[in-house]
Write a protein that binds this ligand. Structure first.
Ligand code: ADP
Length: 329
């Protein structure tokens, strides 16, 4: 659905040249929710803005639905952007206009007939739970409601792609959940391809099928979210995932113990594999850290255990044979 080939963007200033995107290659499939994460300054905004050419790359090519966005003239670009909706961290609503008029704006810009505009806006306000707010102004709404208006406006022209630029970063955790559930629903119901950039790993964990990690304008790691988040390879990914987690205290490790990180996925998450294996191999285990959660709806459990006594080698082999991923120190 979206393809970036060797996309490069440099910014020149008095202080010199800064490379924001450094030859990025990326493919995003139709109907995917694709997350791009990275630290501040990694190039996330530049990347997402290259997709609808709010930023024009210095080199490389961008395709959306097999159309080369980087090759379009201004009129063609305007037409292409109707199929690429976008929402923003600070909503970017027109504060002097009503909610209805905000959502109607892109349709009127296209010169659609008044009756058609009204029908489409009302349908969107209804779908997004904003039906009673049409006559209000943005200042009268909460942050979550304003982002819903942003989404309604982005969907007005019936896009096949929705770009989300830190869309939940200005919202509290509960409202973030609400907006993420809405994006998930739009993805499933409309088959909308969603690209989101965020510095919040939790956002990716919750809604993204695929994730790419950006550092200094390059993609350093990429894959299905569960694979990348459960077995991060790059130090940046590891560090971002470790933030906010209880660091495990090596000093509590029992003497002579064998440390192992166990990852259970899907149905195995709820199976008593560890106690079965402990019984059959005679190992004892202490759980040093652990978490049970979901990634894009798939349950997983991940824990660090210390094996003592018994046959630790056999325990590792049996767990592996039962589909538990085991990483030993
Ligand atoms: P992120 O969204 O990950 O924080 P950005 O894409 O905004 O990263 O920025 C990537 C790099 O490009 C940063 O070093 C930033 O300072 C620089 N940059 C971004 N926009 C501009 C600009 N308009 N002028 C100069 N430098 C910029």
């Amino acid at each position: 659905m979206i393809r970036l080939e060797g996309v490069t963007r440099r910014y020149r200033s008095a202080a010199g040249e800064r490379i924001a995107l450094d030859g990025v290659d990326l493919e995003i499939g139709r109907g995917e929710v694709f997350g791009v994460v990275g630290r501040s300054g990694a190039g996330k905004s530049t990347l997402i803005r290259a997709i609808n050419r709010l930023e024009t790359p210095d080199a490389g090519r961008v395709f959306v639905d097999d159309q080369e966005i980087t090759a379009l003239n201004p009129a063609e670009l305007r037409a292409a952007r109707r199929r690429i909706g976008m929402i923003f961290q600070h909503f970017n609503l027109l504060n002097s206009k009503t909610i209805f008029d905000n959502v109607a704006f892109p349709l009127r810009l296209e010169g659609r007939p008044t009756a058609e505009v009204a029908a489409r806006v009302n349908e969107l306000l209804e779908r997004l739970g904003l039906a009673e707010h049409g006559r209000k102004h943005p200042a009268q709404l909460s942050g979550g409601q304003k982002q819903r208006v942003g989404i309604a406006r982005a969907l007005a022209c019936g896009p096949s792609v929705l770009l989300c630029d830190e869309a939940t970063s200005a919202l509290d955790p509960e409202t973030t959940d609400d907006i993420l559930a809405l994006l998930d629903q739009l993805n499933r119901e409309l088959g909308l391809t969603i690209v989101l950039i965020t510095h919040q790993m939790e956002v990716v964990r919750r809604v993204c099928d695929q994730v790419a990690v950006l550092k200094d304008g390059r993609i350093v790691e990429q894959g299905p979210t569960a694979d990348v988040f459960l077995h991060p390879k790059h130090p940046v990914t590891q560090a971002m995932l470790a933030e906010g987690e209880e660091a495990f205290d090596a000093s509590v490790t029992p003497p002579g113990a064998r440390l192992a990180r166990l990852t259970f996925r899907g149905a195995a998450t709820y199976e008593p594999e560890l106690s079965r294996v402990a019984r059959s191999t005679g190992v004892d285990y202490s759980i040093l850290s652990g978490r049970i959660s979901r990634i894009r709806g798939e349950p997983y459990g991940q824990m660090t255990v210390a094996f003592t006594g018994g046959d630790a080698e056999a325990a590792v082999a049996q767990l592996t044979a039962r589909g538990v991923a085991v990483e030993t120190a």
